[in-house]
Design a protein. Structure first.
Length: 718
């Protein structure tokens, strides 16, 4: 690591040459010099799609960050989080990487820290400026470093805003290289031990005579190449991983390798911000180490192109990401967010085989008419997608000419999809449990060269996608059955009652099968009387939904024979649920509303207290005495109270999923709900129901179901 320099504050003058390269290079150089670190970069927002593009990089090789050169704004990572939240992000060590960003931690299992700051002004989000530290760092970014990064990010935003032309990301990141003095070659040549040097891209820059002799190759052939490309016995990802660890952690690493037929060599890597010095010496291995190839290829033979670790990380990262996929839509979104930016594709489609036809499970980047044309293509058609599905072998077409030569499409619906605006395609078979289940199509707007590495990685990704897609389809089908059951048990619409407005909302939880036991109902009893009920059966499964249906049916049956006594209704329902002995219990609020008399009688069984908004706008939490939850004790009693319910008042019944939030006190959440009811209670009841349910609807995760039932008597009496 370079010595920490005196704190350097960037100037406030945004005037720079118009070239985007100069703007980005000067800003990144100023940032890193002021922090005393050597690695960092700048992401810019793509003008054409919601994607962040790595535009300038310093200190790390491009291969290290290749999986993240292009990232969807929705990707769960520190850089995208910084732009979405419009606030800095600091990840201090490997433990925090695992806790906050497990997918990245799996792909980069090294000790390093990152600070990312948004680059934006009042009108435009330009991108993200980030810096990297080797090793574990303090819990909080130091005030000096925070202020310096903030000033640099703000200055970069002003520079980009003042540029004569918009600065746009290019096809790949520009590399800002630190200065390196190569005059030490003569010194290294005098040493008897083997020495060589690698730059940050992994290229050999210097090899002394002793090192070349130990490696068994001439210095002229070695310099300028990756050692694993010239020396087949070093072509093992485990060795490259040691080089990555040295660059990222800035700590020495070492390994032992076998030079065929029987020469063991020790390699010790000493990194600094400009590259790595490697000491090479004969050694006796303490363990077997990675297996060497069986044959030692001749020096003139072309080495087999390996799958580099950057590519392996694509596979590992997608595998980790797909563990979070639940339904088919999740799989489509995660695959599109990972594969399209990583390989530079512009469109993606996942196709499955159903009833003798190809069906589009999901797509990204294709226009709707193209998706409709591709959907339901018979499996007898001669298309590359169907051939890939049936043969189980991937197909790659680097240009439109290659595709049309193999498949002379003349106006077919599937042909129109392929023609479109795309010019290169990868068709990947999706094979799960030995059977083809579908095809993944990755398309490019421009001709695209698929390297052997690309082909190997994409083929491996196809297997991961297939497994995730099969799990997701099974989940979706099971979930569809469960949701159908719950939908049948809940009222499709509330009955219209003269003198009463009513509105209800139901939101399933996002955990488990997306179903649960929340229920509500509105029951006309005749002669201006109405019964209303809301309840919550324990659990989020089919059993809970079934018990909910039984409880709702029991309430309707007992409501007509209870003489308007809510406590009696709850006592009867309680005895029924206790006798059923399901092991589940239910909370409930039941009320008998007399519209003519303008009052309600309410009983409560372990349920959250209702809210009442008075006609003058005052809101209060009703104090309704309660009994035990239903289904626990057969002889439980449920007292009821009378409350006035005049015209234009609003009675809000709800389940606990509406107010229970992790880390928020229940009383505070209830007070917030009451405040919203007071503030928006004059709106239409349907609009008010939407407002009260909106925070739960917008939440990314709902641990519980949410049900809301609103009642507002009107001035018109029956």
């Amino acid at each position: 690591m370079t010595p920490v320099r005196e704190p350097w504050t960037p100037s406030d003058d945004p005037a720079l040459p118009s070239g985007g390269t100069e703007i980005l290079a000067q800003s990144l150089r100023e940032t890193l010099e002021g922090l005393g670190v050597f690695a960092g970069g700048i992401y810019l927002v793509s003008p054409d799609e919601p994607t962040l593009v790595l535009t300038m990089l310093a200190g790390w090789p491009r291969d290290f960050v290749k999986p993240w050169e292009r990232m969807s704004l929705s990707y769960p990572g520190p850089v995208s989080d910084t732009l979405r939240n419009d606030s800095p992000t600091w990840v201090r060590d490997s433990k925090e990487w695992v806790r906050r960003y497990p997918h990245t931690a799996v792909a980069m299992p090294y000790e390093f820290a990152i600070a990312a700051f948004p680059v934006s002004d009042d009108t435009t989000d330009y991108g993200v400026l980030f810096a990297l530290w080797p090793g574990a760092q303090p819990e909080k970014l130091s005030p000096h470093d925070h202020d310096h990064l903030q000033k640099c990010a703000d200055l970069l935003a002003r520079r980009l805003g003042a540029a004569p032309e918009p600065v746009r990301p290019g096809p790949g990141p520009l590399f800002l290289r630190p200065a390196f003095d190569g005059s030490a070659e003569a010194f290294a040549a005098r040493l008897p031990e083997g020495l060589c040097a690698l730059d940050l891209q992994g290229h050999l820059t210097v090899v002394n005579p002793a090192g070349a002799e130990l490696l068994g190759e001439s210095a002229e052939r070695l310099v300028g190449t990756h050692p694993w490309r010239v020396l087949p016995w070093l072509n093992d990802p485990a060795y490259e991983d040691q080089y990555r660890a040295a660059v990222i952690s800035q700590k020495p690493t070492s390994f032992v390798a076998l030079r065929p037929p029987d020469q063991w060599l020790s390699f010790r890597l000493h990194p600094d911000p400009t590259g790595i010095t490697v000491r090479i010496a004969p050694a006796r291995p303490a363990h077997d180490g990675p297996a060497a190839p069986a044959d030692d290829a001749g020096t003139d033979a072309l080495p087999v192109e390996p799958v580099r670790l950057g590519a392996i990380y694509h596979v590992v990262q997608l595998a980790a990401t797909l563990t979070a996929a639940v339904g088919v839509r999740d799989v489509v979104d995660l695959v599109a967010d990972q594969i399209m930016p990583a390989f530079g594709g512009q469109a993606l489609a996942l196709l499955t085989a159903e009833d003798g036809r190809l069906r589009v499970a999901g797509s990204r980047g294709y226009p709707p008419h193209a998706v409709r044309a591709l959907d339901r293509t018979p499996l007898t058609a001669q298309t590359p997608g169907i051939k890939t599905l049936l043969a189980g072998v991937p197909s790659f077409f680097e240009s439109a000419g290659e595709l049309y030569e193999a498949y002379p499409l003349t106006g077919s619906s599937s042909g129109s999809v392929l023609r479109g605006t795309m010019s290169a395609w990868a068709f990947l078979p999706l094979i799960a449990s030995g059977k083809p289940v579908g095809v993944c199509v990755l398309a490019f707007e421009q001709p695209h060269v698929f390297t052997p590495e690309d082909r190997n990685v994409l083929t491996s990704l196809g297997g991961l996608i297939a497994q995730a897609l099969e799990r997701a389809r099974l989940y979706d089908s099971t979930n569809e059955l469960a949701r159908g059951l719950q939908s049948a048990l809940l009222p499709h619409a509330l009955p219209r009652v003269p003198g009463l407005n009513a509105a209800a909302r139901y939101l399933p939880g996002t955990k488990g099968m997306d179903i649960g036991g929340d229920f509500y109902d509105l029951i006309p009893l005749g002669e201006g009387a109405i019964a209303a009920v809301i309840g919550d059966v324990q659990g989020h499964n089919v059993t809970a939904a079934a018990l909910m249906g039984q409880a709702r049916t029991a309430v309707r049956a007992y409501a007509a024979t209870s003489d308007g006594d809510p406590g009696q209704v709850l006592e009867r329902v309680n005895r029924l649920l206790t006798e059923l002995d399901t092991g589940l219990f239910a909370s409930c609020v039941y009320l008998h509303l007399d519209l003519a008399g303008g009052e309600a009688r309410i009983a409560r069984a372990g349920h959250p207290q209702p809210l009442l908004r008075h006609p003058d706008g005052r809101t209060e939490v009703l104090d309704i005495p309660g009994g035990l939850v239903l289904g626990v004790e057969a002889d439980a009693r449920y007292p009821h109270v009378r409350i006035p319910l005049p015209p234009d008042s609003v009675l809000a019944l709800y389940t606990d999923g509406l107010i229970e939030k992790p880390g928020i006190d229940l009383d505070d959440a209830l007070a917030e709900l009451a405040e919203r009811l007071a503030l928006f209670g004059d709106q239409s009841l349907e609009g008010l129901a939407d407002i009260l349910a909106r925070p739960a609807r917008l939440a990314g995760h709902r641990a519980d179901d949410v049900a809301v039932l609103l009642l507002r008597p009107t001035a018109a009496r029956p």
